[in-house]
Design a protein. Structure first.
Ligand code: SF4
Ligand code: SF4
Ligand code: SF4
Length: 316
C-alpha cells in the first residue's frame, strides 16, 4: 500500500498549494507497531507525513462536522457513508469538503494479531497479502486478511460511495451478511437477556463508544444532563448501562454506517456491533434503507410515505 501513500501525499500537496483546501485530514505513522494515527496537514511540508496502510482504522468523519474552513479528507467506504449521513443532517457542507476516496479491503485488528503470536508485537511488516509479526523470541507470518476486524470481514461497502478523487483500485463487492445477528435473534428471550446483562456488567461508562461515533454528536447527551437525570452518572448497574447503550443504538437507527468505531473504542471488549448491526438489519428489513449510500434520499426516520408499514401513524 506504500504507493498509495505517495499518491495521497501528492494529492494533498496539490490541494494545499493551489489553496483549494486549508486542511487535509488523513493518517500519519503511529508511534507503535500496527498503528496509524489521524493527522492534520495544513502545509505542503506537513502533507509529506500523510500515509496509507492497513492500520488506518479511525473513521475520520468525526473531525468534519461544522468546519468553517475548506477541508480535504482521506476516506474509506465506511467513512464516506458517515459523511453522507452527516450531509443529510446539515453537519457537513459538501461544497467545503474534498473527498480523497480510498477503496478499502479491511483494517488489521491488533487484538487478533496479539492473540495469534501470544506476545508483545515489536515490529510488523506487510508484503502483499502476508503480514509478518515480530517480537522477542518470535517471528510469525499470517495471511493479513485473517487478521482483519470482524466489521471489515463482513463489510460490503469498502469502496467509497462518494468522492472527488479516487486513489487506488476499487475492491471486489461482497455480499452483505448479518449471520451473527441472525444467530443472536435465534436465541430465546432469556438467553438474549442474559447475554446482554453479562456484556453490560463489563461497561465502565467511559463513553468512548459514543465519542468515537461520527453520527453521535448531540451538544448535550442525555446521560450528562442532571435535570432531569435520566440515569445514574456512573456504571452502577448493568440495567442503567443497558439504558445508555440502548438509547445510543436507537439514536443511530438509519444513521449507523456500520464502521465499527464504537466497538473498537470500547476498552472492555463489549460486542457493541451486535447491537448496532441489529439496528442496521432492522432498518434495512423494515424500510429497505441503508445509511449513507445515497446522498439524494431523505434520512429514513425523517421521511414518511403512505406505503410505510406504520399504520399507527395514519388516521382513517
Ligand atoms: S468497515 Fe469496510 S470500509 Fe470500513 S475499514 Fe472496514 S473494510 Fe474498510
Ligand atoms: S454506531 Fe458504531 S458502527 Fe455505527 S456509525 Fe457509530 S461508531 Fe460506527
Ligand atoms: S466504550 Fe465500552 S465501556 Fe465505555 S461506555 Fe461504551 S460500552 Fe461502556
Amino acid at each position: 500500500m506504500q504507493n498509495l501513500s505517495k499518491v495521497i501525499q501528492d494529492t494533498a500537496k496539490k490541494l494545499l498549494e493551489e489553496k483549494k483546501v486549508d486542511l487535509v485530514v488523513g493518517f500519519a505513522q503511529g508511534s507503535l507497531p500496527l498503528r496509524s494515527t489521524p493527522y492534520f496537514a495544513r502545509t505542503v511540508d506537513q502533507a509529506a507525513n500523510l500515509i496509507w496502510d492497513e492500520y488506518c482504522e479511525n473513521n475520520l468523519t468525526n473531525y468534519l462536522r461544522k468546519r468553517e474552513e475548506k477541508v480535504a479528507v482521506v476516506a474509506k467506504g465506511c467513512d464516506t457513508r458517515s459523511i453522507v449521513a452527516l450531509m443529510k443532517e446539515n453537519q457537513i457542507d459538501r461544497e467545503k469538503l474534498y473527498i480523497i476516496g480510498v477503496p478499502c479491503q479491511g483494517m488489521i485488528d491488533r487484538k487478533k494479531a496479539s492473540k495469534l503470536v501470544g506476545g508483545e508485537i515489536l515490529e510488523a511488516e506487510i508484503n502483499g497479502e502476508e503480514i509478518t509479526l515480530k517480537g522477542n523470541g518470535f517471528e510469525q507470518k499470517a495471511p493479513k486478511a485473517e487478521l482483519y476486524y470482524d466489521t471489515c470481514i463482513r463489510c460490503a461497502y469498502g469502496n467509497p460511495v462518494i468522492y472527488d478523487e479516487l486513489v487506488g483500485e476499487e475492491v471486489a463487492a461482497k455480499e452483505l451478511s448479518f449471520a451473527e445477528v441472525e444467530e443472536f435473534e435465534a436465541k430465546s428471550a432469556e438467553e438474549r437477556a442474559s447475554f446482554l446483562a453479562q456484556e453490560m456488567e463489563k461497561c465502565i461508562r467511559c463513553y468512548a463508544c459514543r465519542n468515537a461515533c461520527p453520527t453521535c454528536y448531540c451538544p448535550e447527551c442525555f446521560v450528562d444532563t442532571s435535570s432531569p437525570q435520566w440515569i445514574s452518572k456512573r456504571a452502577y448497574s448493568a440495567k442503567d448501562n443497558l439504558i445508555f447503550q440502548g438509547v445510543r443504538v436507537f439514536h443511530q437507527l438509519g444513521r449507523c454506517a456500520d464502521c465499527g468505531a464504537c466497538e473498537r473504542a470500547c476498552p472492555m471488549g463489549i460486542k457493541l456491533s451486535l447491537l448496532t448491526r441489529k439496528g442496521v438489519k432492522d432498518v434495512k428489513e423494515t424500510f429497505g434503507y441503508e445509511a449513507g449510500l445515497n446522498p439524494d434520499d431523505k434520512p429514513v426516520l425523517n421521511d414518511f410515505t403512505p406505503d410505510d408499514p406504520q399504520p399507527f401513524l395514519m388516521k382513517e
